[in-house]
Write a protein that binds this ligand. Sequence first.
Ligand SMILES: [Zn+2]
Length: 274
Amino acid sequence: MASHDGSGTHLRFAKFPKQAAKECFKVANACFCTRQRHRAFACIPKQMHSSRRHQNSNRKKEIMDTAKAALKRLRDGNRRFVADVRNPDNASSHARRSEIAAGQEPFAIILGCSDSRVPAELVFDQGLGDLFVIRVAGNIVAPSQVGSVEFAADRYRTKLVVVLGHSQCGAILATLDELKRPSENQSRNLKSIVDRIRPSIETLMETELKHDHDALVHQSVRANIRASVNHLRHGSEILENLIQNEGLLVVGAEYSLETGEVEFFDGLPADIQD
Ligand SMILES: [Zn+2]
């Protein structure tokens, strides 16, 4: 028969006789075995319960700190980009290339638009091996984008995902045009992008924003970013699990073509404000 070793090690009992339960209670000095003696269970002393809780909360804090540190690196990098002061350590040197040839450890995953004016590594002033970047027109989320994020978050333990949209996004403008004047000859492939953006914008088109083109475009860009963030947060069991249990943080941000600034506006932790 299994007995308690007093050290808090997991012990499993297929059937727990009353006497053993008493022994266990005595040794463990506060475990709850006596109430569950007819089932398999783990018998853990009270001190160990609280110590594990402490360890778990420490681990959660560490993970959260990792995501926040990643966010800080991106924001600091964008500030350098805006100030036109680059970090020389981020250069794509031969030494850096050799260093990461055997493996990568990107600290953030960026799902951004394909627009030639918004290359993630440049606007965040990062170098080789720093960012795992997925780019697609309109920063939409289709299965292959979800799969790419799942892959990187799971394989490299990256704790931060940023959906990076931008002002005056051509995919948003094309969708607005399509909603105002539906075309019959649109390519099926292009239509698949427009159709993913359309639901975020349709409701805005029914508000007073329809009379203010600039405001409508701005709000449409943001609504589309939020939709992609939500899709990543809730459209994948793997990502949901990583968010719940591994501290994965998914945030939304908008890059301004005019100023070069990135504004993080969706999902920022409460103690970090943009
Ligand atoms: Zn774009």
